[in-house]
Design a protein around this ligand. Structure first.
Ligand SMILES: NC(=O)c1ccc[n+]([C@@H]2O[C@H](COP(=O)([O-])OP(=O)(O)OC[C@H]3O[C@@H](n4cnc5c(N)ncnc54)[C@H](OP(=O)(O)O)[C@@H]3O)[C@@H](O)[C@H]2O)c1
Length: 265
């Protein structure tokens, strides 16, 4: 990654948790920062701390990325700023409850932030990155992208979108200098849990990673060339088997014929 302090890394959801650590680590790598979230005081104090610690410029931008106005304001910034070379699409929420018990608005909020905002910001930043033929987009998905629980239909669906979207983008950009990494964290100790309806305290402590370990591992994966990063998965053969099975399943579906088991008896 470049270490020029002229380049800007934009981190959404930087006021706490994983995004706050991305902000710190990207500043340490020499990037000026634009940090986005809704909580003004937290974002401002984090911005001041990072600027002091790493000697880079840090600008907080307050935006509600669930809303049309918030998404449009950040889109505009991204499409008009040629210094932006990194976008970390990290802002996300989880509302963990059965669909039949939860309010529709919880589902729509997850879709608006986890899917729509991420898609709109990617559309906004990509033409500039492509024309400069350099840059990086990091999309924060989740291990729940590949597993749905009775309380995670929408959250899992939104994170599956992030994974599928990132896979497509990686292929679209394969012959360019623009890179896309998708990160799939397992349980990580952040405020997302207490706000989700499942308190962090309800998880087995040994199953929860720290935000620092998660982000450092994901950036180490980035440096090692891992474009789909499973920071908590030790056995890379499982990842390889999953990828081969996925591709084999897709290939074997291209028959144009009804599977024999489904033919009329
Ligand atoms: N923690 C885990 O176990 C885990 C596991 C897998 C994936 N993830 C993913 O990791 C990402 C970061 O979450 P986290 O765990 O670090 O949780 P977090 O501490 O709650 O951070 C979420 C961030 O998103 C921001 N945000 C929430 N709603 C927003 C909105 N409407 N507009 C703008 N910003 C908004 C929050 O800031 P404000 O409230 O100030 O706006 C906060 O900075 C999410 O995409 C999450 O799905 C987390």
């Amino acid at each position: 990654m470049s270490t020029s302090s002229q380049k800007i890394a934009v981190v959404t959801g930087a006021s706490s948790g994983i995004g706050a650590v991305y902000a710190d680590r990207l500043a340490k790598r020499g990037y000026d920062l634009v940090l986005i979230a809704r909580r003004t005081e937290r974002l401002q104090s984090l911005a001041a701390k990072i600027a002091r610690t790493h000697g880079v410029k840090v600008a907080p931008m307050i935006a509600d990325l669930e809303t049309e106005a918030g998404q449009a304001s950040i889109e505009q910034f991204l499409s008009n700023n040629s210094a932006v070379s990194v976008l970390v699409n990290n802002a996300g929420i989880a509302r963990l409850a059965p669909i039949s018990d939860g309010p529709l608005q919880d589902s729509l909020s997850q879709i608006a932030l986890n899917i729509t905002a991420l898609t709109r910001l990617t559309h906004a930043v990509l033409p500039g990155l492509k024309s400069r033929n350099e840059g990086l987009i990091i999309n924060v998905s989740s291990v729940l992208a590949v597993n749905s629980l009775p309380i995670s239909s929408v959250y899992s669906g939104s994170k599956a979108f992030v994974l599928a979207f990132s896979r497509g983008l990686q292929q679209e950009l394969a012959n360019t200098g623009v890179r896309v990494q998708v990160v799939l964290p397992a349980a990580t100790a952040t405020e997302v849990w207490d706000r989700s309806g499942v308190p962090l305290a309800a998880l087995a402590p040994e199953s929860v990673m720290s935000t620092e370990d998660l982000v450092d591992a994901a950036l180490s994966a980035l440096d090692k060339g891992e474009n789909i990063s499973w920071p908590s998965v030790a056995d890379t053969e499982v990842i390889e088997r999953f990828e081969s099975a996925r591709l084999a399943l897709f290939a074997t579906s291209q028959t144009g014929k009804v599977a024999p088991r489904l033919l009329p008896a």
